[in-house]
Design a protein around this ligand. Sequence first.
Ligand code: COA
Length: 279
Amino acid sequence: MIGERREEDTVAFEIEGGVAWVKFNRPEKRNCMSPKLNRQMGRVLDELEFRDDVGVLVLTGEGASWSAGMDLKEYFRETEARGLGATRQAQREAYGWWRRLRWFQKPTIAMVNGWCFGGGYGPLFGCDLAFADEAAQFGLSEINWGILPGGGASKVASELLPFRKAMYHALMGENIDGRTAAEWGLVNEALPAAQLKARVSEVAQVLLKKNPVALKATKDAIRRVREMTYDNAEDYLIRAQEAANSFDGEGRKEGIRQFIDDKTYKPGLGAYDKDRQAG
Ligand code: COA
């Protein structure tokens, strides 16, 4: 039994070849999210978001768990005992880093290596893509201990799952494995544990080759248009591309040039070489 983990040790990360591998780091508590962990995640996201050596962020868990959701003791019981102000603060800290993740500057990938419960659906949805160990277990366990799936979890289930599946998942409190999570659309793919990191690295490598301004504009567009009418979406996408042009006026011209003039690649088959800009 190790002693109380220090706040700065509740999250670990390393950067390798443009990818930031960020870990929930409370394996002895199945990586459940305490206020300390939530604050530390906020700091880690701050540190990584605009670093030039980070092009993709992967969120995974130390040990055999991704995240066992909110910490029932430190996030719920101890915080509530300190009153409404403390409760609201803890919510802001948790919801805050999930929101940061949803709109993170770089593409984000959840690599779900084990348990993923309740509040864990917040960061799961916060990540743009998700890949799971086929044996990972996903559950809205809230109903099993007597609350509704809060902290966005009901919203995540409703966003990602068809109505009947979302309702069954939330009411029954039964877990599904990674393979079912992929069939239902909670994650992109499920793989045997031994192949999970290699597949996520492969996806990250593809993303690293794309124009980073276009990646941010695209991930935001896919999230934003979900809640828009067709006409509003059409308009938003024009504005968003024009805004992207002001950050990266040359990128798409180079993309056109390498296809039409140089004939060095075909956009239908892969990305242009963003490191080779015409003088
Ligand atoms: N909140 C607080 N503590 C938690 C926790 C959570 N969400 N999940 C795990 N822990 C703690 C346990 O209390 C235990 O602490 P202890 O060593 O001080 O006794 C430790 O983590 C290990 O958990 P344990 O239950 O012994 O591990 P397990 O591998 O047998 O079971 C789970 C793993 C994930 C199935 C089980 O821990 C669990 O059901 N957790 C709660 C999941 C949940 O409902 N989360 C939703 C919250 S919204």
